[in-house]
Design a protein around this ligand. Structure first.
Ligand code: SF4
Length: 326
């Protein structure tokens, strides 16, 4: 591990000052410390923000939900408001990582976590994300776990977060604090597709701090849930996943929010599936025909062609679980 300095800050002003000077924020440390041990990350200065007052879950005036950036994954998953208003968030969190990691890792850290592409973590392999311009060992390597959507010639790595898929489906916003003050970003604009610069993963300005993720109020009743398909039943990343929220009134779908995980370079919102659902009555054939659009635009690699069909089946199954059939 490379030498680094460590500072623990107690207020946001102090944090921003250290962040602007080039310090890397750390809270739970469940991703960053691993990467530092493997020398994938070599920060010169760590700024411990775990003491900042960003650990609350609150219901907004409009009936949405604001989750502080330092709320632990386990706390968010167990919070009564999260469980009742947006079960999709609780389920996505509970299906992530291990209990020990969920007790440490924060919501802000979760959406900042880096890919699990094995070549990214192997410092002897070519990786444009780790070392811009060095190439992409995964393209011609073993790419069974890699993305089929949103890829570029430079990078085909998936985003690993489960809860980010729920946030993408629900059209959350990310609250930020930086030198220029407060700003909010739609979740869809926060995480960046790789393009020609896969090393740039979030639309953050230098020293900017995530303060919260806000879920907008959605019409009620709202049913929601998260399905994760993986090689083993715990402590494993998604092959495919689906976050679904449906508002059904008088037997007709009024609103549909759907996103997929394990398949995209970022959590993959599925607007074509959503449009197909709205205005229709729940039925077995509707779930199948909507899910058929889930893999539109997919570009499978040598070893992950199976994800195209698996994605459609995952989305259809989760639509059925959440929406039921008559
Ligand atoms: Fe690196 Fe992305 Fe290629 Fe993986 S897929 S080796 S992260 S450039």
């Amino acid at each position: 591990m490379h030498p680094f300095s460590y500072t623990r800050v107690s207020d946001t002003r102090e944090a921003l000052k250290a962040g602007r000077a080039g310090g890397r924020y750390i809270a739970g440390g469940t991703t960053l410390v691993d990467l530092m041990r493997e020398t994938v990350e070599r920060p010169e200065a760590l700024v411990d923000i775990s003491g900042l007052p960003l650990r609350e879950v609150t219901v907004t005036e409009r009936g949405g939900l604001r989750i502080g950036a330092l709320v632990r994954m386990a706390e968010a998953a167990a919070h009564p408001k999260v469980r009742t208003l947006y079960p999709v968030i609780s389920q996505a969190l509970e299906l992530s990582a291990s209990a020990q990691l969920r007790n440490m890792a924060t919501i802000g850290g979760n959406i900042m976590q880096r890919t699990r592409c094995t070549y990214f973590r192997d410092v002897t392999a070519a990786c444009n994300k780790r070392e811009p311009g060095s190439g992409c060992a995964a393209r011609e390597g073993f790419n069974r776990m890699h993305a089929i959507l949103g890829t570029s010639d430079a990078c085909v790595a998936t985003h690993p977060s489960d809860v980010a898929v729920a946030f993408a489906a629900l059209e959350a916003t990310v609250h930020l604090l930086g030198a220029e003050g407060v700003r909010t970003l739609p979740f869809a604009d926060f995480l960046l597709r790789p393009g020609t610069t896969p090393n740039r993963e979030q639309a953050l300005r230098k020293g900017e701090l995530i303060t919260a993720v806000e879920i907008p109020a959605l019409p009620r009743p709202l049913k929601s849930g998260y399905l994760k398909v993986r090689d083993r039943q715990s402590y494993e990343f998604a092959l495919t996943s689906a976050a679904v929220a449906l508002h059904v009134r008088r037997g007709v779908i009024q609103e549909a929010k759907v996103a997929a995980g394990g398949v995209g370079t970022v959590p993959w919102k599925l607007p074509a599936v959503e449009r197909h659902l709205v205005g229709e009555r729940p039925s077995e054939s509707l779930w199948t025909s909507a899910a058929a659009k889930a893999a539109d635009g997919a570009r499978p690699l040598q070893h992950n062609g199976f994800k195209v069909e698996l994605l459609k089946r995952t989305v259809a199954r989760q639509l059925r679980i959440v929406g039921g059939t008559k």
